[in-house]
Design a protein around this ligand. Structure first.
Ligand code: NAP
Length: 223
C-alpha cells in the first residue's frame, strides 16, 4: 500500500484525486489549510487522514513535514487564480508575485520539505498539477498571472526532475484540462473525475522512468 499526500485536497480536483486513490486502497494524507473542511473531507474517505498545511508558510510546511514519516507520492495540487480578464498590459506585478508564491513556490517549498520521506520510498514521485495555460509554446493571454505562475511551476518540474533523476524520484507536471470545480466554473467541459484521472495515472500507473515531462491525458505535452 502506498502513501500519498495531496495539497489543497478538501475540494475540487484534489479531493477527487484523494477519493480515487483511497478507493485503490492507498493511504491518503489530505492536506489543506482549512482545518474544519479538511477534517470533514478526510472523514468521507477510507484510509485517509487530515494534515493542516498552508503551502505559502514555511512554518506550516515544516510542521507538516515533521508529522509525516512515510511518503511515496506528493501531489502539489493547491493553486489559486487571482486575475480574471486582466491582460498583461494592466496586471499588477504584485498580483503576479502572489500567484507565483502559491502556484509555483508553494509546490517547491512543499517538495523540498518532504524529500527525506520521498528518498526513503522505493519509487518516490512528485506530481505538479499545472495547466495548459502555462505552456510556453501555446501561451494563454488571459489571466497572465496564472499563466506565468504555471510556466514557472513547469520550470520547477524540469529543474527538480533533473536534480532527482539519479535518486530515482520522478517529477512531472500535468494539466487536468478545463474542469468543473470552483476554479474551473460550472461550464467547463470536463468533470472533476475526468480531470483527476490523468493526475492519478501519473501518481500511480505511469512508468517510474518518465520524469521531467508535462502531461495531459497520459500524453506528453510540449512545454
Ligand atoms: N479546474 C480547472 O479547470 C483546472 C485546469 C487546469 C489546472 N487546474 C489546477 O488544478 C489544481 C486544483 O484546482 P481546482 O480546479 O480543484 O481548484 P479549487 O477547487 O479552487 O481548489 C484549489 C485548492 O487549493 C487550495 N489552496 C489554495 N491556496 C492554498 C494554500 N496556500 N495552502 C493550501 N491550500 C491552498 C484551496 O483551498 P483554500 O480554500 O484554502 O484556498 C483549494 O482546496 C490547481 O493547481 C489548478 O491550478 C485546474
Amino acid at each position: 500500500m502506498k502513501t500519498v499526500l495531496i495539497t489543497g485536497a478538501y475540494r475540487g480536483l484534489g479531493f477527487e484525486v484523494a477519493r480515487q486513490l483511497s478507493a485503490r486502497g492507498w493511504e491518503v494524507i489530505l492536506a489543506a489549510r482549512r482545518k474544519e473542511q479538511g477534517a470533514a473531507a478526510a472523514a468521507r474517505l477510507q484510509n485517509a487522514s487530515f494534515l493542516e498545511l498552508d503551502i505559502t508558510s514555511d512554518d506550516s510546511v515544516a510542521r507538516a513535514a515533521k508529522s509525516v514519516s512515510e511518503l511515496d507520492v506528493l501531489i502539489n495540487n493547491a493553486g489559486i487564480i487571482l486575475d480574471g480578464d486582466d491582460d498583461i498590459l494592466k496586471v499588477r506585478p504584485e498580483l503576479v508575485a502572489r500567484t507565483i508564491e502559491t502556484n509555483a513556490l508553494g509546490a517547491l517549498r512543499v517538495s523540498q520539505a518532504f524529500l527525506p520521506q520521498l528518498f526513503r520510498s522505493s519509487a518516490g514521485r512528485i506530481v505538479n498539477v499545472s495547466s495548459g495555460m502555462g505552456q510556453l509554446s501555446d501561451i494563454a493571454t488571459l489571466s497572465p498571472a496564472y499563466s506565468i505562475s504555471k510556466t514557472t511551476l513547469n520550470a520547477i518540474t524540469c529543474v527538480l526532475g533533473a536534480a532527482l533523476k539519479d535518486r530515482g524520484i520522478a517529477v512531472n507536471s500535468v494539466c487536468p484540462g478545463w474542469c468543473r470545480t470552483e476554479m474551473g466554473g460550472p461550464t467547463a467541459p470536463r468533470s472533476a473525475e475526468e480531470g483527476a484521472a490523468g493526475i492519478v495515472w501519473l501518481a500511480a500507473d505511469a512508468p517510474q522512468d518518465k520524469t521531467g515531462l508535462f502531461w495531459r491525458d497520459k500524453q506528453v505535452l510540449p512545454w
